[in-house]
Design a binder for this molecule. Structure first.
Ligand code: ZN
Ligand code: ZN
Length: 372
């Protein structure tokens, strides 16, 4: 923290300045550095410094202590200074200047709120798209009064107290002189209007909650987590403001056979040892139909086969992803005595007939056992 400036120096007064001189100096500087008036980057820091100096020097006890000890207050330990309650004081003075919230023009058009809806679809509905109706609760402009809140045939009157601004000005005398404090008009609750006879449909709100049916087109190829924006299908705006948007979040249910990664589909198909060793032609389910897949002789477990164009239609642009089929060789767990005998015969012949790459695979395992 930078070295604190002397409080008298901050206010630009002498050590023997009277209370009145201190007050005058403070008013002048507070006006000069107030962040509302002064847009310089250090204006707020300067303003705080001035306020702190004034807080201390305007209190005769604090001033006497400051005169004796300077910025270090022996009662609060090193560095405590007089700034302990500073935050609160600053807030108060801000409120005095700005009058707190309530500055928004009550007659300005206001955009309606956005809405969000989560929609769960089946795996294949996401792939091929779907059209459906959903029902959402949303706030809409009241048809009976066209949003005015007044009974049909009557009109809201401009508030006579605030003349439609929705704000009331309260004049206060403060150390800086007369301050104008703005607050929401109590006569019209800040709306700027008085409704003598309320619309009975909306009780004068101008808005009603409705269950609204909306037709949604889920495009083919959407994935889990996709977001559809339906422009203008959110809540109605106020005073002629535009409606908000409706965001539909798509959740896709998992499928028990297919898995999806982007535009590609993955699946796993079991093969018997004989099919893998001797080769076969098997049927594979795809998203649309069954297709035949040729398994070459000597297929290893974990091998992938690609079915081109059997994946998900691409959301943007033409074409489709692929389907990837992983074959898994299933080791039989229940064998008849005859099958066991045949496998034993097979095993005794196996040593001489293995393929080259299998040989190298078994060689690597042997080497690993030897510790090479
Ligand atoms: Zn109404
Ligand atoms: Zn008013």
């Amino acid at each position: 923290m930078a070295e604190k400036r002397d409080y008298y120096e901050v206010l630009g007064v002498g050590k023997d300045a009277s209370d009145d001189e201190i007050k005058k100096a403070y008013r002048k500087l507070a006006r000069q550095y107030h962040p509302d008036v002064n847009k310089a980057e250090d204006a707020e820091a300067k303003f705080k410094e001035v306020k702190e100096a004034y807080d201390v020097l305007s209190d005769s006890q604090n001033r006497a202590r400051y005169d004796q000890y300077g910025h270090i207050d022996p009662n609060q330990g090193m560095g405590g200074g007089f700034s302990g309650d500073f935050g609160g004081g600053f807030g108060d003075i801000f409120d005095m200047f700005f009058g707190g919230g309530g500055r928004r023009d009550p007659n300005a058009p206001q955009r309606g709120n956005d809405l969000q809806y989560t929609m769960t679809v089946e795996f294949k509905e996401a792939v091929f798209g779907k059209e459906m109706d959903i029902t959402i609760p949303r706030t809409e402009t009241c048809d009976t009064c066209d949003g005015s809140g007044a009974k049909p045939g009557t009109k809201p009157q401009t508030c006579g107290v605030c003349h439609g601004s929705g704000q009331q000005e309260v004049v206060q005398n403060t150390p800086f002189g007369r301050m104008v404090n703005r607050r929401a008009c109590s006569n019209c609750n800040g709306t700027g209007k008085i409704i003598k006879e309320r619309c009975t449909t909306c009780q004068g709100n101008g808005k009603v909650k409705k269950q609204r049916k909306i037709h949604v087109r889920v495009p083919a190829g959407v994935d889990d987590g996709a977001q559809l924006r339906m422009s203008g299908e959110g809540e109605s705006g106020l005073r002629g403001g535009p409606s908000g948007d409706l965001y539909i979040i798509i959740r896709v249910k998992p499928h028990e056979f297919f898995e999806r990664e982007g535009d590609d589909i993955y699946c796993e198909v079991p093969l018997t040892f004989a099919q893998a060793a001797l080769g076969d032609e098997i049927e594979i389910p795809t998203l649309t139909e069954k297709v035949k897949l040729k398994i070459p002789a000597g297929t290893q477990t974990g091998t992938f086969f690609r079915l081109k164009g059997k994946g998900v239609p691409r959301l943007r642009g033409l074409g489709q992803g692929d389907q990837h089929v992983k074959v898994v060789v299933v080791t039989p767990s229940k064998l008849s005595d005859e099958q066991k005998e045949l496998l034993r015969q097979f095993a005794s012949l196996d040593g001489e007939q293995t393929h080259e790459h299998e040989q190298s695979f078994f060689d690597r395992v042997k080497k690993a056992f030897r510790g090479d």
